[in-house]
Write a new protein. Structure first.
Length: 214
């Protein structure tokens, strides 16, 4: 049978964003792209991952109370990382044509949550303050069991105490949501958890300062 969601994942994503502001799509990414991303993670060493921060002014201790993941930013100079950045470039073009979102750039990092790691409830962007528009998270965990923890919990934009949905970080699932609308958190992972988080941004350059920076 023809499965329209699998056939046209970009269109399904656009429709979800238009109706609810959030999209959760299993099997969003082709097996070919997924295996290239796994290959890249496998060849990176722990030195290539840095403790993630929450802002320039926060201390290391403050950071560790809020998030414990380790990250590696993707760059076009690496062929395997380019595969993901190019694919998301296609999604950017699609969303701009389809929803006139005016997305300008995409930044993204691998994240490893070692056992015991979490990311407390937070927003990725604040209204009027930001150029991060759309958050994406792709999961790269083969056969993630529900007792492994590490779920993404998304809260209701109108009531930040109410859980909207809980997502298991399963292989190939892509979650996309409006960055300044949905509070979310990552529950404690009991196994090593792999993902790629990313953000589409608009061009907010003013007064000759280039933002986003190159
Ligand atoms: C983030 C984030 C969610 C996830 O990196 O900002 O919220 O499920 N990640 O990894
Ligand atoms: Mn986040």
């Amino acid at each position: 049978m023809l499965d329209l969601d699998l056939e046209f994942p970009f269109e399904k994503l656009a429709q979800d964003l238009q109706t609810t502001g959030i999209s959760i799509l299993p099997n969003f990414v082709s097996p070919d792209i997924l295996s290239k991303l796994e290959l890249r993670i496998a060849e990176l060493s722990s030195d290539d991952f840095k403790q993630a921060g929450i802002g320039r002014l926060a201390s290391h201790e403050q950071n560790k109370k809020i998030r414990r993941d380790k990250i590696h930013w993707l760059d076009t100079s690496n062929e395997l990382e380019s595969v993901w950045l190019n694919y998301m470039g296609e999604l950017k073009a699609y969303l701009n044509r389809r929803l006139f979102m005016g997305l300008f750039s995409y930044e993204s990092h691998f994240a490893i949550y070692p056992p015991g790691a979490f990311y407390k409830k937070h927003m990725d962007a604040f209204k009027g303050k930001t150029n991060r528009i759309l958050t994406t998270v792709l999961y790269l965990n083969q056969s993630w069991a529900s007792d492994n923890g590490g779920e993404l919990v998304v809260y209701n934009p109108d009531n930040h105490d109410e859980i909207l949905t809980t997502v298991l970080p399963s292989y190939g699932t892509l979650v996309t949501f409006l960055s300044d609308e949905f509070p979310h958190e990552v529950l404690v992972a009991n196994e090593k958890r792999y993902s790629i988080a990313g953000w589409f941004r608009v061009n907010a350059s003013i007064n000759h300062s280039i933002d986003p920076p190159k």
